[in-house]
Design a protein around this ligand. Structure first.
Ligand code: GLC
Ligand code: MG
Length: 248
């Protein structure tokens, strides 16, 4: 066994089955101590909602945190987002213009204030309206000269973020910083905002058995041997995948 970079989404991926989570945590803790494996959480949650989940589920302290769908990276437990990453996201981004453009769409219901972040504007959008609204909104944002990306997850959550930012690109940043090759990196997820994790030059991916249709559809359209679709749900699926790839 050797060290690896372990990256996981939280809601309905790492978290969702308490018994399996506790088994997985034991194994992760062990491989971190013995081999120097790094543990990273990559979530759409803001710092406030992350802290709530961390306390409620007694999550292991990660080595780095990717919050707000990849727009914020926190290293070494500091409360300040990495400034090198923030600077990369600044060009082509104007939060006020994004907000102004979205007001034309009554179907977009703003998420709570805690989830509105410097590089992330988030709404609730019903699935039925999404197919109609998303292409229109994307066009309007492009026409305003903004370099942004729309990320739609779980048939309800819409995040608008800088184009250079998503969970996958944040993982690339950490891989380069910590010098992990793709083969020593494994990413885990269940929904739309995790597609970027699987899409960016990462060798090993675990899709948990309870994955959402949008991720399964993408997986079917972009098959890859380096990606494993687990049978078990949540942390149980992660354990299954880590064994499949020989990480545990
Ligand atoms: C989390 C965030 C929310 C975001 C969603 C999908 O639930 O709290 O703001 O829209 O993830 O990325
Ligand atoms: Mg999830």
């Amino acid at each position: 066994m050797a060290k690896f970079l372990f990256v996981t989404d939280l809601d309905n991926t790492l978290v969702g089955d308490d018994n399996a989570l506790s088994r997985l945590n034991d194994r992760l803790q062990q491989t971190r101590q013995e081999h120097g494996t790094k543990i990273v959480y990559a979530t759409g949650r803001s710092p406030i909602l992350y802290q709530e989940l961390k306390n409620a589920k007694n999550l292991l302290e990660p080595d780095a945190l990717i919050l707000s769908v990849g727009t914020e990276i926190y290293l070494d437990g500091t409360g300040t987002p990495d400034s090198e990453w923030s600077e990369k996201l600044s060009s082509g981004w104007n939060r006020d213009v994004v907000v102004a453009k979205t007001t034309h769409f009554p179907e977009l219901v703003p998420q709570p204030d805690s989830e509105q972040r410097p590089f992330k504007v988030s709404f609730l959008l019903q699935q039925e309206a999404a197919e109609r609204i998303l292409p229109q909104l994307e066009l309007e944002l492009q026409e305003s000269g903004l370099d942004v990306k729309l990320i739609y997850s779980s048939g309800i959550d819409l995040d608008i973020v800088p184009r250079r930012s998503d969970k996958g690109q944040a993982v690339q940043f950490l891989r380069q910083k910590w010098k992990f090759v793709a083969e020593q990196t494994v990413v885990c997820g269940d929904s739309g905002n995790d597609i970027a994790l699987f899409a960016v030059g990462v060798a090993r991916g675990i899709i948990v058995g309870n994955a959402r249709p949008e991720l399964l559809q993408w997986h079917n359209e972009h098959p890859a041997d380096s990606r494993y679709l687990a049978t078990n749900f949540c942390a149980g699926g992660i354990l299954e995948g880590l064994k499949h790839f020989g990480f545990l």
